[in-house]
Design a protein. Structure first.
Lengths: 442, 346
């Protein structure tokens, strides 16, 4: 019985059950009697749910009607999307004056323009761009949203923001096309490549100062009608509150986490107390405290903007949660990294900024994005203290006389809206993780 | 939510203490409002008839009209107004801490609230009361026939307590089914989850009008509670209290005297009735004690109309109304058998 043969046996094709659709179905869905029953029952449940929703939400639905009674008259069993459509402006912008909506849109568009260089390859100085996003963009956007009279400080900040925006957009364009930065390009343009470094720096500073003056003069002739914060609302308000909360959570969280791990007792105790205090209280309580109790402690006649109170409360709250996330990330870094950093002569900030944080932040991304998503959804709590954020508006539809009782459709719309935003954030975080851990998979 | 309630209570108690000192030492509310150039008026989360947001984000409703009337009385311009919508947990605190100047929302005037929360109720502008709604095909004609019934009710409100009292007094053995949200309660009732539904009659009317077939349901005649609704102000500023109180009276008085938004100009120029001439500022000096301009009442009526017009628009059969009959109810004028009565303008 010769088992060994000189020539190779020809490769056989994979069994039919591994390659064909039928084979897959048989293997995964119909392999035993129990599985067959489960499959059929599940398919039936999915079928009735989907068709039910489809009939209610699409085929029987009413898209154009003048009020809910009209919807009922057209189709009594279907969804009444007409009310949602009529209320769309309220959902997105709240009570913002309808003639000024473009300001909100433009403000949002500017954020995209501002942050676009961060996502583009070959652009340098991304940290600087990130910093201007956090420190300058809010002033420009804030003026777009709020309008009214500009104080001198505001005028300066707006001019800086305009110069930063134009500068970094040019920087990004030049970066993408030639891989160089704006300063280098300007120097070449002026033919000063040969000049000394100090001279080049002075030239650049002069250009910057000139641009600032032009921007300052330019913005003086430019003003918007004031829109009180009480008119802000809808998704716009939700994004403003959670956006500021998200932007400030990370810096605040890092500072608090470092404070909590500090060797200086005072800083450590204060940071720990602060974190534990805010973390052990529900957000709604913090909001109530900020909006109803806080004014009582203030001098008489001093009415602080409720929106500012809410934003401060949200920032502190999210900062404390972030601090614990950051601390967890810091603890994951082996001690050898600190020692290695010390050996090459780095001090405390050098160790943290160049060695520890970059590694720790990478590990923290899922948790950080998780808390951002949580914050975005928690922000809807402000509807309880009387701000008409998106949830407040979605619930107000059912009280408006023409659309009285219409409450399922707006809430479904809201659920879809939140899903889209949160899912996008989650996907982006996944993308970041993959990108940043590319080094680990070599 | 228990914790939240405790906190609210603590906040209210604290506000009460502070409000006392604020009221005593402050400049008058009228001066503050005039200096600010804006009246801050507090309403609640949207509720049909009283305060609603429309699709353009504008407020409308009968309590909103009261806010507009006060703004018109002070500034001659009803748009110099900031409407604040505050949840019921913090409504009294927000008034006490000076966030709002005036509370014009469905807050029932009760002795405890009047005496213990540092606020004063001005003049009643709506008499509400708790009632029941049942499907017509049950054949029930009176709330006393609800023996052993399950009744849908909103939790955390006095309606729940009133229902329990009513059931006990009349030996009805009603079992309540409680809800947090009006819409969910309505859906449950419509799906047959309870035999009847109870709430303030204004709110019942509003809910019922939104049913697919309103004609299949019936509001029972009994009213089991008293819910007088009145705008409220901070305690300790008598002038401000008078301004708000007399603004409500102007609305009622104007209806009694036949002054409407449409004929107010004509009335001011040509009326011979001395009451009309006094109220509109054509003669006399009714305005002086209030610290307002001579045409304050004219401005009110010009801006929002009289009480009857407001009622018709938002409570009655108007396009934005919730359709509650006024005739024969407590909200009719005293001359027509109701309780709406203003002291004389002289």
């Amino acid at each position: 019985m010769a088992v060994l043969r000189a020539e190779r046996t020809p490769a056989r094709s994979a069994p039919l059950s591994e390659t064909s659709v039928l084979g897959w179905l048989r293997k995964n869905l119909f392999s035993s009697w129990i599985n067959i029953i489960l499959t059929i029952v599940s398919i039936y449940i999915i079928y009735i749910t989907v068709t039910g929703l489809w009939v209610w939400g699409v085929t029987d639905a009413v898209w154009v009607a003048k009020d809910r009674r009209d919807c009922f008259d057209i189709s009594i069993d279907g969804a009444c999307w007409a009310g949602v459509i009529v209320w769309l402006d309220n959902f997105f912008y709240g009570r913002y004056p309808r003639a000024e909506l473009w300001r909100v849109n433009l403000g949002g568009l500017l954020l995209f323009l501002w942050m676009a260089p961060l996502w583009l390859p070959r652009v340098k100085d991304k940290i600087f761009i990130g910093l201007t996003t956090v420190f300058l963009y809010p002033f420009l956007a804030g003026y777009f949203f709020a309008g009214g009279d500009k104080g001198l400080f505001m005028q300066v900040m707006i001019s800086l923001a305009i110069v930063a925006l134009i500068g970094q957009t040019l920087h990004a364009i030049i970066g993408v096309s030639s891989g160089r930065g704006l300063p280098e390009y300007l120097i070449r343009l002026l033919g000063k490549e040969e000049a000394s470094e100090a001279r080049q720096r002075h030239t650049l500073l002069a250009i910057l100062a000139g641009a600032l003056v032009v921007a300052f003069v330019g913005q003086m002739g430019w003003s918007f009608v004031g829109v009180s914060w009480t008119k802000w609302g809808g998704m716009f308000l939700t994004l403003v509150i959670s956006g500021i909360g998200i932007a400030s959570a990370l810096p605040l969280g890092i500072i608090l986490a470092l404070g909590r791990r500090s060797k200086l007792p005072v800083i450590r105790v204060l940071s720990t107390a602060f974190i534990e205090l805010f973390r052990s209280v529900p957000l709604i309580t913090v909001l109530f405290m900020a909006t109803t109790m806080f004014p009582l402690f203030m001098p008489e006649g001093f009415v602080l903007n409720k929106l500012v109170q809410v934003i401060i409360a949200v920032c502190l709250f999210s900062g404390c949660y972030m601090a614990e996330t950051v601390r967890a990330g810091l603890q994951a870094i082996p001690h050898g990294q600190y020692e290695a950093a010390h050996t090459v002569g780095l001090g405390y900030w050098g160790t943290m900024g160049l060695v520890v944080m970059p590694q720790a932040l990478k590990h923290m991304i899922p948790n950080i994005v998780g808390s951002f998503i949580g914050l975005l959804k928690d922000t809807t709590l402000v509807s309880i203290i009387g701000l008409f954020d998106v949830l407040g508006m979605l619930r107000a539809v059912s009280q408006d006389i023409p659309w009285r009782g219409l409450h399922k459709e707006p809430l479904i719309f809201g659920a879809v809206l939140f899903f889209v935003i949160c899912f996008a954030m989650s996907k982006y975080s996944r993308h970041l993780e993959v990108k940043l851990s590319a080094g680990d998979n070599r | 939510m228990k914790f939240t309630r405790l906190l609210t209570l603590a906040a209210s108690a604290f506000a009460l203490i502070v409000a006392g000192s604020v009221g005593a030492s402050a400049q008058s509310t009228l001066e503050i409002v005039k200096k600010r150039g804006l009246l801050r008026c507090q309403v609640g989360p949207p509720a049909p008839g009283f305060y609603n947001l429309d699709a353009n984000g504008e407020w409308y409703g009968s309590d909103v009209s009261i806010c507009q009337a006060v703004a018109a009385a002070i500034f001659g311009d009803k748009t110099k107004l900031e409407i604040q919508s505050v949840s019921s947990q913090v409504r009294f605190t927000a008034l006490a801490n000076g966030e709002s100047d005036l509370l014009s929302r469905t807050a029932t005037w009760t002795l405890l609230r009047d005496t213990q929360l540092g606020l004063d109720f001005t003049a009643i502008n709506f008499y509400d009361g708790q009632g029941f709604v049942v499907p017509k095909d049950t054949g029930i004609k009176s709330a006393l026939e609800l023996k052993g019934a399950t009744v849908c009710v909103l939790t955390g409100t006095t309606t729940e307590l009133n229902l329990a009292d009513f059931s006990r007094v009349n030996n009805l053995d009603i079992s309540p089914v409680t809800f947090e949200d009006t819409n969910v309660r309505n859906d449950t009732y419509l799906a047959g989850g309870c035999d009847a539904m109870t709430n303030d009659k204004s709110s019942l009317a509003a809910s019922m009008a939104a049913f697919p077939n309103p004609g299949d349901h019936l509001v029972l005649p009994e009213t089991i509670s008293k819910e007088p609704l009145a705008p409220a102000v901070r305690q300790g500023d008598a002038q401000w209290f008078d301004i708000v109180k007399w603004t409500v009276y102007v609305l009622i008085g104007a209806e009694e005297l036949g002054i409407t938004q449409a004929n107010v100009d004509d009335m001011r120029a040509n009326a011979t009735n001395p009451s009309v001439r006094r109220i509109l500022g054509a003669e006399g000096n009714l305005n002086e004690g209030l610290g307002l301009s001579k045409d304050w009442a004219y401005n009110i009526i010009k801006a929002v109309g009289n009480y009857g017009e407001i009622y018709e628009a938002y409570m009655g059969g108007g396009k934005l109304g919730i359709g509650i009959d006024r005739a024969g109810s407590a909200n009719a004028l005293w001359t027509q058998g109701g309780l709406m009565y203003s002291p004389p303008f002289r």
